[in-house]
Write a protein that binds this ligand. Structure first.
Ligand SMILES: Cc1cc2nc3c(=O)[nH]c(=O)nc-3n(C[C@H](O)[C@H](O)[C@H](O)COP(=O)(O)OP(=O)(O)OC[C@H]3O[C@@H](n4cnc5c(N)ncnc54)[C@H](O)[C@@H]3O)c2cc1C
Length: 549
């Protein structure tokens, strides 16, 4: 703990609220030690922001437990003192999910619970602490020739497995294996009163989980819960052997409709372990943002990934010479990664993708982007700023395969209507598209606008990248316009019956449920978190934490 913190702690408070905070702080220091508790104002402010929002309130304390036992005692102490608990993983979300909504909130920083606890290659499971990042897990498994089926979002350098299960994720492995929660075997969850709840069939010692579906799916209850039901403490995930062969193919299409029709058919056919696509707007941003420095790093990663140095150098040379000009300014591009047990199987999947693309008028282009994505899956999180230092915020809908083109057309109509206002405020847009398992597309409009950065962005983006960007002044009018556009995108998604990841406090989950389903959600919340301490207002639940009698 910093000296300033200690001085602040030692200064006796005169108000009842201040005294309650002091008593709680002292108790937490006893549980986790002084290094695990912070009252520092900058730290508290940092934990009161996410990528999109800055809360009106500031958390009172930041506490970082180092074990399940400490976590359990911290949760019990915080909720008994009548404070709300806001679990925070990497803090890389943008749906106001963990920021404080009530005055008395403690930020629960999971960064000390970041270990890979057990790789059990016999039972094909791995158990991690929930604050472990996806990048750290993959780095631990790679030398063993193992992987989890879903193996991370692109934010995985910083974002955590606990955060990814609370929000659900798209990206690596999702094409074959679905979202993050579909790779879960079992959870150890700490409830807000400190009790521990464990799920799954757990082996002879009760602590070697190996199979998820023993009775009702209790693990599923905590997946996508926006952290309102319990605190994920430990997570056991499935393992698989790393596929021996990978292949890459990219196509360009002249319209979004052709792109999404082809993506739906790639998805039905189950051809790619992951795919991502960009509209012309996002392609322009990517071209502007890329710098020589990142290119050199990327080429190094491409060479390192290839088992054969000569072909790695050849790929890198092709990427360097091909530059980024192989996608025409107004084209939509999609990038597929296929993986499998045999080279021939992968080649067949790529050929099947070529036939599907050709049927939609797609043109095969250099597969550079697909290769680069796989060579460097967890890059630094610099893409959370635009090429001129603009702010960035995505919003998305998970849409059925048949409805993708119609949803896209409706969103395009919205952006055309808002075009003059966007232009006036300097707002511009792009789209990222991806797919989920064999049954959904994800359409993610992305906004860029001139607005000052807040502390969370400065903390997350690499300093050398920040140094190259201008510092922009505050621009509440442009931010309000983006907020309105995000809200209207969500309204359109609702009309298409979309699902959403990262529900947090942004997506209308409650409104989309029938009465019986919502009663169940409320009953579960009342049973697991009777004080309403965890992320009040998350998932559309009531925002007022009540102190237990
Ligand atoms: C540059 C960038 C790229 C991204 N790429 C992707 C992508 O490819 N795919 C994708 O799906 N998302 C992506 N995201 C979004 C985001 O990173 C993910 O949603 C990620 O899962 C957030 O994880 P986190 O650990 O940062 O969670 P946080 O933001 O810290 O928390 C998210 C939610 O989970 C809860 N929570 C966190 N830990 C726990 C816990 N242990 N127990 C209970 N609740 C908990 C929090 O209270 C909050 O409600 C990206 C974001 C950025 C900035």
């Amino acid at each position: 703990m910093a000296a300033a913190d200690i001085t602040e702690l030692q200064r006796p408070s005169t108000t009842a609220e201040g005294q309650a905070r002091e008593a709680l702080t002292a108790m937490l220091v006893q549980i986790v030690g002084p290094a695990g508790v912070s009252v520092d104002l900058d730290q508290r402010r940092l934990h009161s922001q996410d990528v999109w929002s800055v809360a009106d309130q500031t958390v009172e304390l930041v506490v970082a437990p180092g074990s399940v036992d400490e976590l359990s005692r911290v949760a019990a102490a915080v909720s008994a003192a009548g404070f709300a608990i806001a679990p925070r993983g990497g803090g890389m979300s943008y749906t106001s999910a963990y920021i404080p909504t009530v005055d008395k909130t403690v930020s629960l920083d999971m960064s000390r619970m970041n270990r890979v606890l057990r790789v059990n290659a016999d039972d094909m499971t791995v158990t991690v602490e929930a604050g472990c990042t996806w990048a750290a897990l993959d780095a631990a498994l790679a030398p063993l020739g193992l992987r989890t089926p879903f193996w991370g979002p692109m934010s995985g350098l910083t974002s955590t497995i606990g955060g990814g299960l609370s929000q659900l994720n798209a990206m690596f492995g999702a094409g074959h294996y679905g979202t993050s929660s579909e790779s879960v075997v079992a959870l150890t969850v700490v409830l807000s009163d400190g009790r521990t709840l464990r799920t799954g069939a757990r082996g002879p010692d009760g602590d070697t989980p190996f199979y998820r579906h023993y009775g009702p799916d209790l693990a599923g209850l905590f997946c996508g819960d926006a952290g309102v039901f319990g605190i994920k403490a430990q997570v056991t995930l499935r393992l698989m052997r790393r596929p021996q062969h990978e292949g890459y193919v990219s196509f360009a299409f002249s319209t979004g409709e052709a792109l999404l029709t082809a993506m739906a058919e790639f998805t039905r056919a189950g051809l790619s372990s992951e795919m991502c696509a960009f509209d012309p707007g996002l392609t322009k941003v990517r071209m502007k943002r890329a710098s020589l420095a990142t290119d050199v790093k990327t080429l190094g990663a491409v060479i390192a990934k290839d088992k054969n140095l000569v072909s790695g150098l050849f790929s890198a040379a092709k990427i360097a010479m091909g530059g980024r000009d192989y996608i025409e300014a107004e084209e939509y591009s999609v990038h597929l990664i296929a993986e499998g047990r045999s080279k021939a199987g992968v080649a067949e999947d790529l050929d099947a993708a070529r036939a599907i693309a050709a049927a939609q008028g797609g043109r095969e282009i250099e597969n550079t982007i697909a290769k680069v994505i796989r060579a460097n899956p967890f890059p630094p999180l610099n893409s959370m700023l635009g090429p001129e230092g603009e702010r960035w915020a995505p919003v998305h809908g998970v849409v059925s395969l048949s409805q993708g083109p119609a949803l896209f057309a409706a969103l395009q109509a919205l952006f055309a209507e808002m075009g003059p206002a966007f232009e006036q405020q300097g707002v511009y847009t792009g789209y990222l598209f991806t797919a989920m398992s064999t049954n959904a597309l994800i359409i993610e409009p992305v906004f860029y606008w001139p607005e000052a950065r807040h502390a969370l962005i400065d903390a997350a983006v690499e300093p050398q990248h920040l140094a190259r960007l201008p510092t922009l002044p505050e621009n509440p009018a442009a931010t309000a316009l983006v907020a309105e556009a995000r809200r209207r995108v969500i309204e359109i998604c609702s009309a298409f019956g979309c699902g959403h990841f990262q529900i947090g406090r942004a997506y209308p989950y409650r409104e989309s449920r029938d009465e019986a389903a919502w009663s169940l959600i409320e009953a579960v919340k009342a049973t697991l978190d009777p004080a309403g301490a965890l992320n009040p207002g998350g998932l559309g639940l009531t925002a007022t934490p009540t102190r237990p009698a």
